[in-house]
Design a protein around this ligand. Structure first.
Ligand code: HEC
Ligand code: HEC
Length: 312
């Protein structure tokens, strides 16, 4: 081995060691006993914003020892002595999707996951604590004045108000329109068509649906979101639909869009200017005041280049 490759080899080892200690990916100590009490802080910080109360995601409450053992819509999520067969571990590792916490990445560190595994493997000991002490600001977590809105703020709304249907195997079987609201990536997906256009709430069918400009209004059959929740999601989209780390999303130029709303004078949809060209197909002679469906593509600067406009 020449000196250069020896250098790069030890350099790589150093990087590896550094990244291991940063993510806390060191093995659990042999014989370390893990109780529910030791897991409660992680549950408080990473899980209970969605998994508590009446509207708990997947009907799974993770805010007390008893409710964790009881499980969710599909029964217990922990099987004493069998970490690998426990749904909780599958979700934390991502061998079952969507991976938890739904706000990840970041997901739990390898050590944190190993703690949950040890706890299950050793028969679910409780310790002195029976419930998670949820800091007041977690439930529901709202941005402070002036703070940017990220996926961390809106995800609990999607989890508790939308994901019961907008998931695989939800209340309606398949996710309606193939649209899943169970991760950041799925919420912003644009492979078939885009429902959230970063920076453009009016061009986002998701916003139109929660406002009731597009029908049927969401959540289907109500109760609808509060004005505060709608505004929170609007601001999130207007500020670029940031991910959990606060990074702004890229506008998927060229992606298909399908919008519903009321046509105004001069080719606009509830105030959103529509770009009509010689190639636009216009059906059933729609006019101002008509409820219409618009199909098209996102142009530069997120303009809506209309391919088809049709009265409904
Ligand atoms: C932002 C909201 C949110 C957060 C935070 C969150 N979850 Fe979830 N969780 C959900 C949703 C939504 C589902 C249902 C997803 C689906 O359709 O499978 C779910 C499902 C689960 C399930 C499967 C339940 C079942 O019966 O199928 C487990 C287990 C779970 N979560 C554990 C956790 C744990 C542990 C944490 C914290 C480390 C966590 N979740 C954090 C929203 C969340
Ligand atoms: C009870 C089930 C249910 C719930 C809860 C629900 N939806 Fe829906 N959603 C549907 C159905 C069904 C459709 C298809 C309706 C149609 O257009 O005919 C749909 C359609 C949509 C669409 C249009 C998708 C597309 O491809 O254009 C969006 C966006 C949407 N929902 C967002 C939401 C949001 C956001 C929430 C939560 C605030 C929510 N939904 C809650 C059942 C539900």
């Amino acid at each position: 081995m020449d000196s250069r490759s020896r250098y790069s080899c030890s350099f790589l080892l150093a990087v590896l060691a550094a990244s291991l200690s940063v993510t806390g990916s060191v093995a659990l100590e042999a014989g370390e006993i893990v109780t529910y009490e030791m897991l409660a802080p992680v549950l408080a910080q990473r899980c209970v914003m969605c998994h508590s109360g009446e509207a708990a995601a997947a009907n799974l409450r993770l805010d007390s020892f008893d409710s964790l053992l009881k499980g969710g819509r599909s029964g217990p999520v922990v099987k004493a002595g069998q970490p690998a067969a426990s749904e909780l571990i599958r979700r934390l590792k991502g061998s079952r999707l969507p991976r938890m916490p739904m706000t990840g990445p970041p997901f739990l560190s390898a050590t944190e996951i190993a703690r949950f595994e040890r706890w299950i493997a050793t028969g679910l000991p409780r310790g002195d604590v029976t419930s998670v002490e949820a800091p007041e600001n977690i439930q529901p977590r709202r941005p402070a004045p002036g703070e940017v809105v990220t996926y961390l703020h809106v995800a609990p709304v999607f989890a508790t108000r939308c994901a019961s249907c907008h998931t695989d195997g939800g209340l309606l079987g398949r996710a309606p329109e193939g649209y899943r609201l169970t991760s950041y990536r799925a919420t912003l997906a644009s492979h078939d068509r885009v429902r959230v256009v970063p920076g453009r709430p009016e061009a986002s069918e998701l916003i139109r649906r929660i406002r009731g400009q597009a029908r049927p209004r969401m959540p289907l059959n109500g109760p609808y979101l509060s004005d505060e929740e709608i505004q929170l999601i609007e601001v999130w989209v207007a500020q670029g639909a940031r991910n959990a780390q606060g990074r702004v999303a890229v506008i998927p130029e060229g992606a298909a869009v399908r919008l519903h709303g009321t046509l105004g004078p001069g080719w606009q949809l509830d105030g959103l200017p529509l770009s009509i060209s010689a190639g636009t197909r216009i059906d059933k002679s729609p006019g101002p005041g008509d409820y219409v469906q618009v199909r098209g593509r996102l142009g530069k600067a997120a303009t809506v280049e209309v391919e088809r406009l049709r009265r409904r």
